[in-house]
Ligand binder design. Structure first.
Ligand code: AMP
Ligand code: TRP
Length: 343
């Protein structure tokens, strides 16, 4: 049964977030996104998580690899602890209303807003004339992802803050232009010690699945030896660990490793430093490697198990898409009515 559409400013809290199936998952995705999604699902707030395959194709994707990455991402969500009985988990292209609302928002967003997006500038680079139109319009589709569910809270990593702010601008302009109070103004939720996990090779760059150096990141599918080796080789400075967070200022690599430890062990940075302050990295790195293997290897094995029979994932995705559409359909219908479309 379809839910009633909320049209007042008192919106029920609802969480939405998405991850692109555009390659393997990294420790950055796990700590900055997935682990936090899992922590949210027991708070009683309805949570909706999406595999945004339509975002992924804004840059070239090999079709077979895209399909595989979508299954892997779904397996990654579940292996990280996301329970499809508690949260809605689905694939964007199986809910066509995203693209439909995305078109309406293409007509609300302004060229100038899009041109200011730092991710567009980074991804399009010098050759922006040759970038896809989809890459340019992508933040309007992201706004549709969120607002199609009247979501009020969007847990993301630091890099997505600007896109959530643009979503707020689109919602505000839509409400203003049509004289309605229809879309909520969603809040980015950027909390915890791992909202920006940095590269293991360069503390000024974020850990990313697209970094050409595999040593720069920990992949969720890395085996224990590889994880330990990458941590052993991670860049640090010659000093030992301080006993307070203040001592990590201007030491981006040291801070990153401590942040990762804190996030994996569910401690604050100060708690970690109270234990390890005074140690050298030669002692701390093996502790971090052991912790990372302990936390990540069960996720990796569960992903392997799930990937062995993708029919289970197909069933989860079909159910998730149906649940998502139950919420999305009436909201899109009401949007069309507000805009003046006959139907
Ligand atoms: P992406 O893999 O770019 O689709 O990102 C999916 C989610 O993971 C988003 O919420 C990102 O903000 C988050 N994320 C990606 N890389 C990192 C990182 N290095 N540190 C923290 N969060 C990240
Ligand atoms: N743009 C996000 C990224 O690259 C992924 C994304 C798409 C998303 N739609 C979203 C995140 C909606 C949060 C909410 O990481």
């Amino acid at each position: 049964m379809n839910e009633a559409v909320q049209t007042s400013s008192a919106f029920t809290p609802r969480v939405f977030s998405g991850i692109q199936p555009s390659g393997g998952l990294t420790l950055g995705n796990y700590l900055g996104a997935m682990k936090r999604f899992v922590d949210t699902q027991d708070t009683g707030v309805q949570s909706i998580y999406c595999m945004v395959d339509q975002h992924a194709i804004t840059v070239w994707q090999d079709p077979e690899k895209l399909r595989h990455a979508t299954y892997e991402l779904c397996a990654g969500y579940i292996a990280s602890g996301l329970d499809p009985e508690k949260s809605i988990l689905f694939n964007q292209s199986q809910v066509p209303e995203h693209a439909q609302l995305g078109w309406v928002f293409n007509c609300v967003a302004r060229m100038g807003w899009m041109q200011r997006m730092t991710q567009w500038k980074d991804k399009a680079g010098k050759n922006s004339q040759n970038a896809s139109l989809g890459l340019f319009a992508y933040p309007a589709l992201m706004a549709a992802d969120i607002l199609l569910y009247h979501a009020t809270h969007v847990p993301v990593g630091e890099d997505q803050k600007q896109h959530v702010e643009l979503t707020r601008d689109i919602a505000t302009k839509f409400n203003h232009d049509y004289g309605v109070d229809f879309f909520p103004i969603p809040e980015p939720v950027i909390e915890g010690t791992a909202t920006r996990v940095m590269s293991l090779r360069d503390g000024s760059k974020k850990m990313s699945k697209s970094d050409p150096s595999d040593a720069s990141r920990i992949n969720l599918r890395d085996d224990s030896d590889t994880i330990a080796k990458k941590i052993r080789k991670a860049k640090t400075d010659p000093e030992g660990l301080p006993s307070e967070a203040k001592g990590l200022e201007d030491r981006p690599e040291a801070r990153n490793l401590v942040n990762i430890y804190a996030a994996l062990n569910e401690q604050s940075v100060d708690q970690v430093l109270a234990d390890v302050g005074g140690k050298q990295f030669s002692e701390f790195k093996p502790m971090l490697a052991e912790l990372a293997v302990e936390k990540l290897s069960p996720i990796s094995s569960e992903m392997t198990r799930l990937m062995a029979d993708t029919s289970q994932i197909d069933a989860i995705l079909a159910k998730g898409a149906a649940q998502a559409r139950d919420i999305a359909t009436p909201i899109l219908k009401e949007t069309y009515k507000i805009v003046g479309m006959v139907g």
